[in-house]
Design a protein around this ligand. Structure first.
Ligand code: DC
Length: 258
């Protein structure tokens, strides 16, 4: 009997483990920047175009904040908030696209996008022990899902400093407030643009001045100002950059026409 060829053995191993990235090179693309730059939508669409997985790290901080609220803990209470971060099992269901976050197995859906969570998430995210736990969890996800577009505030600077491609999206605050209001309206959620703008400016201030993992552009990140670009145009630009720089590791799925 002929010995099974290497490709066939590898193919069946891949089937057994259901692990489509095995044997393919790592591609981590980080997308950082403030709220309302279109980051989440752009990151998800880019992941789809390049056949990569998608990680929304803001959802992790939001999920923790939801628990803090539900348990009646003050978001400024570093000890109590850090304890919740350490003991909570946060994971994503990567079988669904985009992957929903599960908090101790519970799918919290869009509950984490409501105003009460948005209002104190920056306070929760500022605690160094919280950030340490989240960074660790995100790096683990990166090891298990090494073909990934990940978006947040510190992905290119702290979590994946050796990412294959780093992007920083920015936009004028007024534009970001309008986009956020439209996004909330489309989900039939409360959306007063003036108060969203005030909240965005305050959240930027907190996110970019905290002691650890502050929102910042990595020195080697590509900067894209999305103020005058629609989502499709931003995605096209990033697909172009990724294909130019990562041609050898992206594989066939990144070719034209997908
Ligand atoms: O992107 P978003 O609005 O869902 O993020 C929610 C908050 O979480 C934001 O105020 C900053 C924080 N965050 C963070 O500190 N680090 C990340 N990697 C992602 C989000």
């Amino acid at each position: 009997m002929e010995p099974p060829c290497f490709a066939a053995v590898l193919g069946s191993l891949l089937e057994v483990f259901g692990n489509t990235h095995l044997g393919r090179p790592r591609v981590i693309i980080t997308i950082d920047g403030p709220a309302g730059t279109g980051k989440s939508t752009v990151a998800f669409m880019l992941a789809q175009r390049l056949d990569l997985e998608f990680l929304d790290t803001g959802a992790m901080y939001r999920a923790l904040t939801l628990l803090v609220i539900e348990r009646g803990v003050a978001p400024t209470d570093a000890t109590a908030v850090s304890a919740i971060a350490e003991e909570t099992d946060l994971r994503f269901d990567f079988g669904i696209s985009p992957p929903p976050i599960l908090v101790d197995g519970r799918d919290v859906g869009d509950r984490i996008r409501l105003d009460d969570v948005t209002a104190c998430v920056s306070l929760v995210a500022a605690h160094p022990a919280v950030r340490e736990a989240m960074v660790r969890a995100q790096q683990e996800i990166g090891r298990a899902h090494p073909r990934l577009v990940t978006e947040g505030r510190d992905q290119g600077t702290v979590v994946f400093p050796d990412a294959e491609l780093k992007v920083y999206l920015d936009a004028r605050p007024e534009i970001r407030a309008r986009r956020r209001a439209l996004q909330l309206r489309s989900k039939r959620m409360p959306s007063d643009e003036a108060s969203i703008l005030r909240a965005i400016i305050e959240r930027d201030r907190l996110d970019s001045t905290r002691a650890t993992g502050r929102m910042a552009r990595a020195s080697d990140a590509v900067l894209v100002d999305t103020s005058d670009l629609d989502t499709d145009a931003v995605v096209e630009r990033l697909v172009g950059i990724a294909r130019d720089r990562l041609e050898s590791v992206l594989g066939v799925a990144s070719g034209d026409g997908d």
